[in-house]
Ligand binder design. Structure first.
Ligand code: FAD
Ligand code: EPU
Length: 341
């Protein structure tokens, strides 16, 4: 088993991108089947645990985490072949997401380029069905392989079984805590079609030359680098709240009152509102509370200004939620996994 330390004082600050001060009892790596079996045994003994990838969607708001943190470290990229319609790939859960996107594009397999530069590891990508610039993980996945901590057996979830939705999947609900995602299978189209409909992508790609997976990747990286803070410089977890989805009647009333509110269709009688716009129009861009704040360039991102504390972040979350609720009647739901115990 790959135990990194046997003490109760593991520093979690560098293990999550928001970078709050926190310490855990123990940190263990899940690098092979023996580690997975050890994890299953520890769980059966009712030892408190927490599963971690690269910590870009996990925020430790409590300075004392009374649990063992199991960090996924399974490695490997595999080309499974081509059936004429799709290139099939299997990527182990501990691989870095962006490096995986770069690998596929360098190999000439388009399909993941719009998801470039999303932090984190491959194993976490199905958990919230990562998405950006008009593509979601669910559009490119063919199966999710898991280790069942109850039965200690491997199995695969089909795409339907994953119950993917906007920033959501079965791994946040019925399957939470029972399965370790060990690998993800991708089906990337042989007949590649660019997805250029979102925001600035179509305009930006031209700067890099002809439309190709590589140039879309470059365009997405350029847009993201401009817009999103680098967690190495300024701690953050990307969008801190989900874009709220409301019913058509509520959306209609809001649009009548606030004609500029940014919104998108979200299925039958459902409308998605841009949470960044709502927060921005409460005048909160750049708002500071102790060592944390609302990012000055993008209101949907909360940042650690350097010395931020979990208690301050929880206070800021409540403040932003209350302001948006008061003004627009909409409750914002945090996107990252907040570890408060
Ligand atoms: P972690 O934070 O380590 O884990 C997230 C959750 O997944 C936890 O509940 C954890 O227990 C669980 N988990 C992790 N690994 C496994 C596994 N192997 N099996 C089962 N459960 C597991 N997200 C988007 O969707 N789109 C974006 O555009 C985007 N942009 C971002 C930009 C920035 C600057 C940052 C900091 C974050 C952004 N995110 C975005 C959020 C984040 O990158 C994704 O959610 C990412 O998939 C998290 O990966 P991780 O390895 O860091 O997950
Ligand atoms: N907006 C404002 N003010 C702001 C921020 C945004 O008016 O301060 C407006 C923008 O002008 C735009 C709209 O809100 O019209 C949406 O903004 P943007 O295009 O930046 O996207 P977003 O809704 O903030 C979402 C995802 C991102 C993803 C991008 C690109 C969510 C919660 N966030 O952000 O995902 O990268 O679209 O697809 O769905 C993440 O999940 O962590 C994440 C970064």
């Amino acid at each position: 088993m790959s135990a990194l330390t046997a003490t109760h004082s593991v520093d979690l600050q560098p293990l999550h991108t928001f970078g709050l001060p926190a310490r855990a009892r123990e940190l263990r790596l899940l690098a092979n089947r023996a580690d997975l079996l050890a994890f299953a045994r520890a769980r059966q003994e009712e030892q408190a645990f927490l599963l971690l990838g690269e910590g870009s969607n996990t925020v430790f708001t409590n300075p004392q985490v009374d649990a063992t943190v199991w960090k996924v470290a399974l490695k490997g990229h595999q080309y499974l072949g081509c059936d004429g319609v799709h290139h099939h790939l299997r990527v182990q859960a501990g691989e870095n997401w962006h490096q995986t996107v770069e690998w596929t594009v360098a190999m000439g397999w388009g399909g993941l380029e719009n998801l470039a530069l999303i932090p984190g590891c491959v194993g976490a990508s199905p958990v919230q069905n990562i998405g950006a610039y008009g593509v979601e993980l669910k559009d490119r996945v063919s199966a999710v392989h898991v280790f069942d901590l109850d039965t200690q057996l491997e199995r695969a979830f089909t795409v339907d079984e994953c119950e993917f939705a906007y920033r959501d999947s079965v791994f946040k609900h019925a399957a939470q805590g029972r399965y370790v995602i060990t690998a993800v299978d991708f089906a990337l189209p042989v007949q590649w079609q660019p997805v250029l409909g979102y925001g600035d992508v179509a305009r930006c790609v031209g700067q890099f030359g002809a439309i190709s997976p590589m140039n879309v990747l470059k365009a997405v990286c350029a847009i993201r680098t401009e817009k999103l803070p680098d967690p190495v410089v300024l701690g953050n977890s990307g969008s801190f709240f989900k874009n709220p989805i409301v019913g058509a009647a509520q959306a209609k009333a809001l649009i009548e009152q606030f004609p500029n509110v940014v919104h998108y269709p979200a299925g039958l009688n459902r409308v998605k509102l841009a949470a960044g716009w709502l927060i921005d129009h409460c005048g909160l861009k750049g708002h500071v509370l102790g060592g944390v704040g609302v990012y000055s360039k993008q209101a949907l991102i909360l940042v650690n200004l350097g010395q931020g504390q979990g208690s301050e972040l929880l206070q800021l979350i409540r403040y932003v939620q209350a302001q948006v609720k008061d003004r627009f009647g909409v409750l914002l739901e945090p996107e990252p996994n907040l570890i408060q115990a």
